[in-house]
Ligand binder design. Structure first.
Ligand code: CP
Length: 310
């Protein structure tokens, strides 16, 4: 395994998280340094994506590298039965870095075991989405001026939502308090509640998306109910619209509250929230470009400050 791989947010320390945030800040000020000249990066997306793939590819392009890959596995030889192992070994012959999204939990970890090329996990099933977490942390840091001592309310699909799982784990370094708002079907899984207990993280669980919870919140992290994870479509239909944020629900919220959402959204944030200055989800997606530039350079072992000074 290449030690520069990023498979789980658990792979990186507090210091590395803070360093990546500083580097994201650097790239926000200098997004077009040609420091990937001569590098080729693969984006292998076995699951659909808009933001993650396009922001990773934009990140490479703005830094002067080249991108190969596929956005639809049906156009790759996996549709002919080629194994993930063989696909990864083949692509490793061509590139310096592989960024991959796969529907199977653990797929990115498995990929690191069959190649020495660094791997960035762009989402594996309901498991982890560490680059999303880095842009979330960067967004939180930018909007709150700190990462420590914040109250974060996570709403919606806490069972299958890989973004909330990764964010919860990363926040263990920063003394958070969580409110988990979900129906019983989509409750935060036991392993993550156990993780909170083991790391001294305070949390409360709610089935009601109440004004009291919103009033106590610094970061309101809304999530989509993920139809693609359900085996029973009737179960999805019964829970898909349980929690919707409307603009008037923010009236008694703290001045510093910001609404985050990894996107895409369906019905969980009403369009009437979009013009509220507390709506931050589109800015959050833009931050993904800078966070991913930082992640790519770290994975390639590039000293951005030295390179930028040339
Ligand atoms: N947030 C996120 O992962 O979006 P995409 O599925 O569009 O990449």
């Amino acid at each position: 395994m290449n030690s520069n791989s990023l498979v789980s947010i658990d792979d990186i320390s507090r210091e590395e998280i803070l360093d990546l945030i500083e580097r994201a800040r650097f790239f926000e000020e200098h997004p077009n340094h040609k420091i990937l000249d001569g590098k080729v990066v693969a984006t292998l997306f076995f699951e659909p994506s808009t933001r993650t793939r396009l922001s990773f590819e934009t990140a490479v392009n703005r830094l002067g590298g080249r991108v190969i890959g596929f956005s639809d596995a049906a156009t790759s030889s996996s549709s002919k039965g080629e194994s993930l192992k063989d696909t990864i070994k083949m692509v490793s012959n061509y590139v310096d870095l592989i960024i991959m999204r796969h529907f199977l939990e653990g797929a990115a970890r498995y990929a690191t075991e069959v190649t020495d090329t660094p791997i960035i996990n762009a989402g594996d099933g309901a498991n982890q989405h560490p680059s999303q977490t880095m842009l979330d942390l960067y967004s939180i840091s930018k909007t709150q001026g700190r990462l420590e001592d914040l109250t974060i309310t996570m709403v919606g699909d806490l069972k299958y939502g890989r973004t909330v799982h990764s964010l919860l784990m990363a926040m263990r370094y920063f003394n958070p308090t969580f409110h988990f708002v979900a129906c019983d079907t989509l409750r935060m899984p036991k392993e993550y509640r156990d993780f909170c207990d083991a790391n001294g993280i305070r949390y409360t669980e709610h089935t009601d998306f109440s004004p009291e919870v919103i009033a106590d919140t610094d970061i309101l992290y809304m999530t989509r109910v993920q139809r693609e994870r359900f085996t029973d479509i009737m179960e999805y239909e019964s829970v898909k619209n349980l929690y919707t944020l409307h603009n008037d629900m923010l009236e008694c919220s703290k001045p510093n509250l910001r609404v985050l959402h990894p996107l895409p959204r369906v019905n969980e944030i009403d369009r009437d929230v979009d013009d509220n200055p507390k709506a931050y989800y589109f800015d959050q997606a833009r931050n993904g470009l800078y966070a991913r530039q930082a992640i790519i350079c770290k994975a390639l072992g590039i000293d951005i400050y030295k390179e930028a000074a040339k």
